[in-house]
Design a protein around this ligand. Structure first.
Ligand code: MRU
Length: 381
């Protein structure tokens, strides 16, 4: 039975046997088959013009898919890492049983380093490593653990991570929905929707929830240079879901705020430090400053798996540097002198003081202080 609150696009885009559509619910990434199966994902680099599903049967192809943003958005990358660990177990099974765990951990560590800023990838891969270790240490001392048994346990664990992410997004939607102004405007940045998670989204979840309750509002989506996740993905996702979305260039945000077209800004997050400082797509920090200047509340939406309480403040969050060619030649089109220098950080950090609240699956953290973060997120899964 299709969930009526879901973006209809995903239902109308259905194809018989599509592994990413179950009961009308789109999952941008999933596992197909049994332990000998593989990862299936939508290649997000091709959206909105083409909906191509790719398969990953080894960790090298998962690493590549994460690096080139075929799968992107911190929670979805976490799911990719979780399923990738099953492939890691398959690869580590080649060789003597006693060395399995060491080989498995090394492959997992390589996978976890595919993108450095987001917390979810490392969080999910570490959880998979712990699961494998717990089986290996609990097996009888005379016989090393059976790789098939480990792979099956890892498949169950990865599916749990996927399902928990979906449930957390639903809860974020429910907590954030009252913030959406009826008859008003909301601004968002990058893509923190269904495509960026197991399903449904984080920053877009309150919007889907509000829409399902009959509220009418307009979403202003910043295009998000240089890779245009706002234009290609958010505008696509929201418009196909029947949400009123208006696409703007990033440099139009101040004017839109000055004209009082939006009463709220919500973005996603890639990693949140213990004090609430939040790393998200490059440009988010500027948007938060603009929101403060125009007295518009700026909210972040993220599951507990995006918090990294081992980091006290945002200046310790590593910022991924991308290929300057993404600025000079976006999508293969040359728009600048070939030899011009470019600087291409993929993320920036918004200080907690600019964030009105963080919408999590456990409730809204407000005000954003280390004590409130600890109280809400103190126990991570
Ligand atoms: O480089 P990307 O596309 O992976 O960046 C994505 C973002 O910055 C999102 O806002 C963030 O991951 C939150 S997704 C729910």
């Amino acid at each position: 039975m299709a969930d009526p609150r879901l973006p209809t696009t995903f239902i109308s885009g259905s194809r018989a046997g599509d592994p990413l559509l179950t009961d009308g619910v789109l999952r941008p990434i999933d596992w197909t088959g049994d332990v000998d199966g593989c990862i299936v994902m939508i290649d997000q680099t091709l959206l909105p013009n083409e909906r191509r599903i790719i398969e990953c049967r080894d960790t090298r192809s998962v690493h590549d898919a994460i690096r080139r943003l075929a799968v992107r958005g911190a929670p979805a990358i976490g799911v990719a890492g979780a399923f990738g660990a099953i492939l890691a177990a398959r690869e580590a099974a080649i060789g003597d049983r006693t060395g399995f765990l060491q080989r498995f951990n090394a492959i997992c560590d390589h996978l976890a380093a595919a993108r450095p800023t987001g917390a979810n990838l490392r969080w999910a891969v570490n959880r998979m490593k712990h699961r494998a270790a717990s089986i290996c240490t609990s097996s009888s001392p005379s016989a090393a653990a059976d790789p098939c048994e480990i792979a099956r346990a890892l498949l169950n664990e990865a599916r749990a991570i996927r399902d928990e992410d979906a449930a957390m997004c639903r809860a974020i939607g429910r907590f954030g929905e009252p913030l959406i102004p009826d008859g008003g405007g909301v601004m968002t940045y990058c893509n923190a929707g269904a495509l960026a998670t197991a399903e449904y989204g984080t920053a877009l979840a309150p919007m889907y929830e509000a829409q399902s309750r009959g509220r009418r509002f307009t979403v202003f989506a910043n295009e998000t240079r240089p890779l245009l996740q706002g234009a290609r993905l958010t505008a696509w996702e929201l418009s196909r879901a029947g949400v009123d979305v208006v696409l703007i260039c990033d440099n139009m945000a101040a004017q839109v705020m000055k004209e009082r077209r939006v009463q709220l800004v919500i973005t996603g997050a890639d990693r949140i430090a213990a004090n609430g400082d939040t790393a998200n797509k490059i440009g988010t920090y500027g948007l938060a400053q603009l929101a403060r200047a125009h007295d518009i509340p700026f909210y972040v939406a993220a599951p507990s798996s995006t918090f990294d309480l081992s980091i006290a403040a945002g200046d310790a969050i590593p910022i991924e540097q991308r290929d300057p060619g993404e600025i000079r030649e976006p999508f293969g089109v040359s728009i600048a002198p070939k030899m011009v220098s470019c600087y291409c950080p993929a993320f920036d950090v918004t200080p907690a003081e600019l964030i009105r609240g963080i919408i999590t699956e456990r409730g809204i953290i407000h005000p954003v202080t280390p004590a409130r973060v600890a109280a809400m997120i103190g126990h991570q899964v």
